[in-house]
Design a binder for this molecule. Structure first.
Ligand code: CA
Ligand code: CA
Length: 229
C-alpha cells in the first residue's frame, strides 16, 4: 500500500512537469478558423467590419480574404494547412481589389527566445509573379516566392510549406506582418497555422528529464528490493 502511494506521487510529479512545458500560444486566431464561414466559400472583409472583430488580426486597407477549403477557380481545390480555413492577402471582391496585409502586435520579454512558425502556399494555377508575399517580425523578414502554375485540375491541392524562426525578445511590443507582394491584386499566396510561443528554457527541460530519470531509477530500486525480500 505504501509503495503504491509513492508511485502515484511520482507520476503526479512527472505530469506536473509536462503541464509546465506546454507553451502558451501568443497569436490570436493563428489558424484563421474564426469567423467560421461555410465550406467551399470565401469572404472578403475589411477593418471595422463585424467580421473583423472575430478575426482578431488588424487588417490593411484592401481588406482580407478568408477561405474555407475552396475550389476556385473551378477544379483547383485548395485545402487548409490546419483546420479548414486560411487567408489570402491579394483581395478581390467587395472591399477593394489589390494587395493587402494583416498584422498582430505582441509584447516580447527582454532576452526571452521565441519560436515563430507559419504555413504558406502559392495559389494555383498561378506562377511566381502572382505568388509573392512578405513576412516580417522584430528584426527578421522574408520575401516568399512560389509557383503553382503546373497544378492539375484534379484532387485537393496541398502545396503548404512551413517556416520556423527563432527570435529574441526585445522588451517591447513588436508587430508580426503578413503582406501580399505579387503582380496581381486578385490572386496571391495563402497563409495558415501561424504560431508564436516562448521557447521553453533548456534548464526546465533538463530538470524534467532528471526528475523522470530519478523516478524510473527509484521504481527500479523498489522492484529490486521487492524481489530480494
Ligand atoms: Ca486554418
Ligand atoms: Ca468554415
Amino acid at each position: 500500500m505504501k509503495t503504491t502511494f509513492k508511485l502515484l506521487a511520482g507520476a503526479a510529479l512527472v505530469s506536473a512537469g509536462l503541464a509546465q512545458a506546454a507553451p502558451i500560444e501568443l497569436i490570436k486566431n493563428g489558424s484563421f478558423e474564426t469567423p467560421d464561414i461555410p465550406t467551399n466559400t470565401a469572404l472578403q472583409f475589411g477593418a471595422g467590419s463585424p467580421q473583423a472583430a472575430a478575426f482578431g488580426w488588424a487588417i490593411g486597407g484592401n481588406g482580407v480574404e478568408l477561405r474555407d477549403n475552396r475550389n476556385f477557380p473551378a477544379g483547383y481545390t485548395h485545402v487548409a494547412a490546419d483546420g479548414k480555413q486560411y487567408v489570402e492577402l491579394a483581395v478581390e471582391g467587395n472591399v477593394a481589389n489589390g494587395n493587402s496585409s494583416i498584422w498582430q502586435e505582441v509584447f516580447l520579454k527582454q532576452g526571452q527566445e521565441y519560436t515563430l512558425t507559419f504555413a504558406y502556399s502559392p495559389r494555383a494555377p498561378f506562377g511566381t509573379s502572382e505568388n509573392k508575399a512578405a513576412v516580417s517580425f522584430v528584426d527578421w523578414a522574408v520575401s516568399l516566392v512560389a509557383d503553382a502554375s503546373s497544378q492539375p485540375q484534379s484532387g485537393a491541392i496541398n502545396l503548404w510549406k512551413y517556416i520556423t524562426v527563432k527570435l529574441t525578445g526585445t522588451g517591447k511590443t513588436e508587430r508580426l506582418t503578413f503582406a501580399a507582394a505579387g503582380s496581381n491584386g486578385s490572386y496571391g499566396m495563402f497563409f495558415d497555422d501561424v504560431s508564436l510561443t516562448a521557447t521553453p528554457l533548456p534548464g526546465a527541460a533538463l530538470l524534467f528529464g532528471t526528475s523522470l530519470a530519478g523516478f524510473l531509477a527509484a521504481r527500479k530500486r523498489r522492484k529490486a528490493a521487492a524481489l530480494a525480500a
